[in-house]
Design a protein around this ligand. Structure first.
Ligand code: GRF
Length: 237
């Protein structure tokens, strides 16, 4: 019998994947306990789902933080004390360093990430599970979760069969391309966008008569099976 692992969860929206994980924990079909649910957006349905399941919740309001950085500018004193722009710029694979917005992107995200870390690191946690969390992490955040070199501790679910269709609209991209098969992928987070090592995938057929809504529905049903199974794979490692 595997001992339960402690997982933290982050969401941005409806939280149907979170619900699937909550249910799997409750039924004992996976050896895991959820220790918190954090959101980048206040008032989302996923937070209610967590509260109903008696899980601690918190919000780090990315939109408000980034908006305030844009309105007021970012002074050095606003940045986390241990933030090193040159180091983060060198490691990251999210933005083109020559883009004039690159520094703003990395600095504003690191300010939000520091607030997230202050909440997350208060918990004893084995694995961080992104369940529909629609923000990318910079190396500032990733390095403070993945503290043992070579050991990934942040899992994500993506709505396409990676490496096809990275980005925010996997099912839409799959549908518009005219694919006959779609799917979802659970992978570890690394410094790139949707590029980390793949843990599991599930595929489904797309009929000629299927609409985008059909594709999304079929995909989500696969996600709800795949995510708990991949968490169990991590627990069994
Ligand atoms: C899922 O399709 C997931 O793959 C994507 O965002 C969606 C989140 O859905 N990253 P939910 O919030 O779990 O219902």
């Amino acid at each position: 019998m595997t001992a339960d692992i402690k997982i933290g969860t982050l969401i941005s929206g409806g939280g149907t994947n979170l619900q699937a994980i909550i249910d799997a924990c409750k039924e004992g079909s996976i050896s895991a306990d959820i220790v918190f649910t954090g959101s980048d957006t206040p008032g989302v349905r996923g937070l209610e789902r967590a509260q109903t399941a008696d899980i601690d919740t918190f919000v780090v309001d990315y939109k408000q933080i980034i908006g305030s950085c844009r309105a007021k500018g970012i002074a050095d004193a606003d940045l986390p004390e241990d933030f090193n722009l040159a180091e983060i710029m060198e490691k990251q694979k999210l933005v083109d360093p020559s883009d004039e917005q690159a520094q703003f992107f990395l600095k504003s995200r690191a300010i939000a990430e520091k607030q997230l870390l202050d909440r997350i690191l208060a918990y004893d946690m084995d694995l961080l599970v992104l369940a529909g969390f629609m923000r990318m992490f910079t190396p500032y955040f990733i390095d403070r979760i993945n503290t043992v070199p070579g050991q990934y501790r942040i899992m994500n679910i993506h709505p396409a069969l990676l490496p096809a269709f990275p980005g925010t609209d996997g099912y839409g991209d799959t549908f518009r391309y005219g694919c006959k098969v779609g799917g979802c992928t659970v992978h570890f987070i690394d410094y790139g966008e949707d590029t980390g090592p793949i843990i599991g995938q599930k595929a489904f057929e797309i009929a000629d008569t299927d609409t985008l809504e059909d594709v999304k529905r079929k995909g989500l049903e696969k996600e709800w099976e795949l995510y708990p199974a991949c968490i169990q794979k991590f627990a069994d490692r």
